[in-house]
Design a protein around this ligand. Structure first.
Ligand code: DQQ
Length: 576
């Protein structure tokens, strides 16, 4: 064994350990088998976030509801905890909380199409009743091509067996279509146009221009590339996992992806930027006749657009839940550890709690909120109302399982005159969070929660707000929300970014609300009722299980009032 280890390390020194494939880091397979434990290390496993029992998981694929059953497919390496030869793993659920695993729906098989891997894709429910999966295959030549699979037995609500089309690959790079075979992936859910032709987009790039290439088809088998992409972005690099869907201007109801364009509708285009690993979206108008899309607010292509989540959240995908008439968002949360560490852990990757998503009243951004079903896991409720948090103070939230909890708190600010002046040069919220850390005394704020805190506060993940006065203009304020991992662990090998975003809430009129779902190694937070979401992936060395604590705190120079606070222990979901 020692000899084998030495040889593997030698080979790594000579040939290099890591290489990139679709930007997921891979590891030498021999090294993986040596490092991999016989059973996964449970320390940082979660209680109510979706994950397979072991091994590597990345993007959520083809989420849908069929005959009242929710389906989630996901990118999965059955051979180990790092990226590798990928299959579409499959689980189903009646409530999006408890999940039953099934055999992989798609595995590499066809040399012309997917013998290398079955990469990401989406499901479309044709005519409201027949599901079809479009996905990316990595063929024998390592080229990315698009393929179709359909259920073998439509009367099986669990859709256990899938048949790959004999027409595969349906779309492939050729010298005529000028598509680069290593940047052509992740077909979206398709939508039906006025001319009864299906449309869908595939992520790509040309040089450094990111592309959402548009395809059309009459029969879902023969697809024609449109001359113009649906949208593209200068200098952004590869666009992965594009998602395109309508939202209502008014109200929280979701819309079917094929809803015809009308006056009460806007469209959302989401792209996953390979270079930064950020999911960006824009809200805009879709011209169904011209098949073009133009963003109204912010731009998707410069990396500074709106994000679903300002922490860890990537390769996301939505689907329309036709039963509860809502649009639901899934997103992958990867590890913040070096590859060798998660290989030793025996598993890698989580899915965020599915979120309902709708257009904010302002029309300028989306709002996201954890699906209401997750509340079935709440137990042991404790609450607090009308409590003043003095400057420089904290209150411990006891009697709940702090490592496995859900907390909702609303703050009412007092003493707005104490707010520090905002410098218009502070454009980057993450940088600002790094300057205004939770433990440094500020003006109005920082105040918020300290999750996964150790007994003597050597470790904690702080999620907090700081309010700034904007220029000389009276009554204008800027609210900064941060999720700080700087002190989340004594382990020096974990990512310690202090994530941040500006929150569009007026603290003069509105309370500042924060909800955090805490689950052992993840703190998923929703500020301002879901206007800003930040997910932190953390690995405490001390604040583990019963040794974890939860606090509300205020390190500002002015008191803040907790108008209401509710917190619950969370039960364990039945997950795979
Ligand atoms: N992951 C898949 C690709 C996709 C990337 C491969 C995004 O299809 O572009 O596992 O994380």
């Amino acid at each position: 064994m020692i000899m084998k280890t030495c040889l593997v390390f030698l080979s790594i020194l000579i040939h290099g350990v890591l290489h990139l494939q679709a930007s997921h880091v891979t590891i030498n397979q021999d090294l993986q088998s040596i490092l991999q434990p016989s059973s996964p290390n449970p320390t940082y496993r979660t209680a109510y976030h979706f994950q397979p029992p072991k091994n590597w998981m990345n993007d959520p694929n083809g989420p849908m509801i069929y005959k009242g059953i929710y389906h989630l497919f996901y990118q999965y390496n059955p051979d180990g905890p790092s990226f590798g030869k990928i299959v579409w793993a499959h689980s189903t659920s009646k409530d999006l909380v408890n999940w039953t695993p099934h055999p992989p729906a798609l595995s590499p098989s066809q040399p012309s199409t997917d013998s290398g891997s079955c990469w990401s894709g989406s499901a479309t429910i044709i005519s409201g009743q027949t599901p079809a999966i479009l996905y990316t295959g990595l063929n024998q030549q390592q080229q990315q091509v698009q393929a179709l699979a359909v259920p073998k037995n439509l009367s099986d609500p669990h859709l256990l067996e899938w048949i790959k089309s004999s027409h595969n690959p349906l779309m492939a790079p050729t010298s005529q279509n000028q598509i680069n075979g290593s940047s052509f992936r992740d077909p979206s859910t398709a939508w039906l146009g006025h001319d009864l032709k299906w449309r869908m987009v595939v992520g790509s790039k040309r040089n450094r221009r990111g592309l959402a290439i548009l395809y059309k088809s009459k029969d879902f088998i023969h697809w024609t590339k449109s001359q113009h992409p649906l949208h593209s972005g200068k200098d952004s690099g590869m666009w992965e996992c594009p998602d395109f869907y309508p939202v209502k201007i008014d109200g929280k109801d979701g819309l079917d992806t094929s809803t015809p364009v009308g006056t009460g509708i806007r469209h959302v285009l989401k792209i996953s930027l390979d270079e930064t690993r950020h999911d960006l979206y824009s809200i805009g108008r879709y011209n169904a006749r011209k098949d073009s899309y133009a963003p109204e607010h912010e731009i998707v292509d410069n990396g500074r657009g709106l994000r679903y989540d300002y922490g860890k959240f990537y390769a996301s995908k939505t689907f329309y839940d036709s039963v509860k008439r809502r649009r639901i968002l899934w997103g992958w949360i990867n590890e913040s550890l070096p590859i060798v560490d998660y290989v030793k852990q025996g598993w890698s990757g989580l899915q965020a709690i599915p979120r309902s998503v709708w257009l904010d009243k302002s029309g300028k951004q989306l709002v996201q909120w954890p699906i209401h079903e997750i509340e079935m896991l709440r137990t042991n409720k404790i609450s607090m109302t009308n409590k003043v948090l003095k400057e420089g103070s904290k209150i411990k939230i006891s009697k709940i399982t702090a490592a496995q909890a859900d907390i909702e708190v609303s703050f009412e600010v007092m003493g707005l005159e104490k707010a520090e002046k905002f410098d218009p040069k502070w454009r980057d919220a993450e940088l600002l969070c790094n300057r205004k850390q939770s433990w440094t005394r500020g003006g109005l704020g920082p105040f918020g929660i300290m999750a996964l805190a150790s007994m003597n506060l050597e470790e904690f993940t702080a999620v907090y707000f700081t309010i700034f006065k904007f220029g000389e203009e009276h009554g204008k304020y800027v609210v900064l929300m941060c999720s700080d991992q700087t002190k989340s662990s004594l382990n020096v090998r974990t990512d310690k970014t202090n994530y941040g975003a500006f929150l569009d809430v007026n603290p003069v009129h509105d309370q500042l609300s924060l909800r955090s779902l805490i689950d052992h190694s993840i703190v998923e937070s929703f500020g301002g009722g879901g206007k800003v979401c930040i997910t932190s992936r953390v690995y405490p060395s001390l604040a583990i299980k019963e040794a974890a604590h939860l606090y509300v705190f205020n390190n500002g120079a002015s008191p803040v009032r907790i108008s209401k606070m509710k917190a619950w222990s969370m039960k364990k979901g039945v997950i795979n």
